[in-house]
Design a protein around this ligand. Structure first.
Ligand code: HEM
Ligand code: HEM
Length: 196
């Protein structure tokens, strides 16, 4: 499969970034929304550190993805797309980039300003702090982390809804070109002795 984007479809690199990050954000959302209710056992801190480490992983992946997007560009809009729709789709994509970067940054800022000990990234090394302890900033960053999440949920609902609408009702290539290409089926073997 072509690693590069072509004028018709997303290549393997863009597709891998897209679907891997979708899965990681889904996992982070489920853990983030439920971890506060866990009983205060040592497992509780383990889950928080896992959430933070995975969130920083998304930040790193999003930065790489942004670099790839700026370098490799994007396919042309699907044929027949009105110009206003292409503009909305492109605006939504850049807003998703901004949100998927702002989510982990706000989490990291909250962790930094809340005055906790540095967390160990997957138990490997201490993550640097972005600021010293600051109660006011910690509250703002926590509120931002929650608010940005619900804005992301809203935008993803519109974005995924549009993709399925194109697939099911417009029956165009929008969704399929973000999925691995199905290999062309090999032609049936010709029997050399049998000439029709
Ligand atoms: C794309 C990345 C991330 C996503 C999607 C995500 C998602 C979430 C969600 C949905 C919540 C629950 C919000 C609420 O209802 O209060 C949450 C809470 C939290 N997240 Fe994240 N998170 C991400 C990255 C991070 C990072 C990088 C850190 C820290 C380094 C972090 C630290 C926290 C903490 C400490 C809480 C608990 C907040 C509280 O006590 O109310 N998150 N996260
Ligand atoms: C089930 C959920 C999702 C579906 C079905 C979906 C589907 C798609 C499709 C079909 C495209 C290609 C659109 C085109 O060619 O014009 C696309 C692009 C894109 N999607 Fe999603 N998506 C989903 C979730 C997400 C999430 C959670 C994010 C958040 C980071 C996201 C961010 C993007 C971005 C930034 C692009 C532009 C391509 C790029 O620059 O890499 N999507 N999505």
């Amino acid at each position: 499969m072509n690693p590069r984007n072509t004028p018709e479809r997303w290549g393997a690199v863009s597709q891998s970034f897209h679907w891997l990050i979708v899965l990681l954000i889904l996992g982070l959302a489920i853990v983030g929304l439920t971890m506060g209710d866990l009983p205060r056992t040592p497992k509780y801190f383990w889950v928080y550190t896992a959430h933070k480490s995975m969130g920083i992983t998304v930040l790193a992946l999003m930065l790489l993805r942004l670099g790839w997007r700026l370098y490799a560009g994007a396919p042309a809009p699907v044929a027949g797309t009105p110009r206003w729709q292409a503009a909305i789709a492109s605006g939504t994509h850049w807003a998703l980039y901004a949100l998927a970067l702002a989510m982990p940054l706000s989490g990291w800022l909250y962790d930094s300003s809340s005055g906790l000990r540095p967390f160990r990234f997957f138990g490997l090394f201490d993550m640097p702090k972005l600021t010293g302890p600051d109660e006011w900033l910690a509250e703002r960053a926590r509120d931002a982390h929650e608010l940005l999440f619900w804005v992301l949920v809203l935008l993803v609902a519109v974005h995924a809804g549009a993709a399925f609408y194109h697939h099911l009702f417009r029956r165009d290539e929008t969704l399929v070109r973000m999925l691995p290409a199905r290999r062309a089926r090999p032609l049936p073997r010709q029997d050399p002795d049998h000439v029709a």
